[in-house]
Design a protein around this ligand. Structure first.
Ligand SMILES: [Cu+2]
Length: 201
């Protein structure tokens, strides 16, 4: 082989190897994961039992929500933008639902129980629709609930000595049995969001 042919062969084999790796990656992504026979559907992996305190200091468990579909959002009252925006948008949906809002649960679960006491949640939620239930608890109970919903959160120190929280910002729609239905999109008109919820009531 001339040096030129050898170089060409080398480049070609690197190209083919790269192609094979890409193809394998694509196949891995598009192949549905095989579940064990009799295993619950993957959506069952989101949600689960919890035992927390609401903004009035009352104990609320997942059992209290049985029989009603519900929305769940994890956040914290010191959040500068995402949480207040989401709470505002959910409030718009609840208002548009009118009396039907009584047949739906809407949970704001804090990822910052250190600062978000029931009293802090009560104060925060006074700016939003009164159907919203703010939930907190001891850090272990909150962390277990977040884990059940596959919610990521992390304390991030700020320059001023305080801290903020990084967190998953998905609104979950759960059915009457407490099973995950789908992420609930607020990137649509209030009417469209309400029509989606009415189907579940
Ligand atoms: Cu937030």
């Amino acid at each position: 082989m001339s040096p030129r042919t050898a170089r060409f062969a080398l480049v070609m084999s690197a190209f083919v190897a790269g192609l094979a790796i890409s193809l394998a990656a694509v196949l891995w992504l598009v192949t549905p994961r095989l579940a064990a026979p009799g295993a619950p559907p993957p959506t069952a992996a989101i949600g689960g039992p919890f035992r927390l305190l609401d903004q009035n200091g009352r104990t609320v468990t997942d059992a209290d929500l049985k029989g009603h579909p519900f929305l769940v959002f994890f956040g914290f009252t010191h959040c500068p933008d995402v949480c207040p925006t989401t709470m505002f948008e959910i409030s718009e949906v609840l208002r548009e639902l009118g009396p039907d809002a009584d047949r739906l649960g809407a949970l704001f679960i804090t990822v910052d129980p250190e600062r978000d006491t029931p009293a802090a949640l009560k104060d925060y939620l006074s700016s939003f629709d009164s159907h919203l239930l703010g939930l907190t608890g001891d850090p272990e109970a909150v962390a277990a609930t977040a884990k059940a919903y596959r919610v990521y959160f992390k304390k991030v120190p700020l320059d001023d000595g305080g801290y903020t929280m990084d967190h998953t910002a998905i609104v979950y729609l759960m059915d009457k049995e407490g099973r995950f239905v789908a992420p609930f999109s607020l990137r649509r008109t209030t009417e469209a969001a309400v029509a989606d919820l009415r189907k579940r009531l």
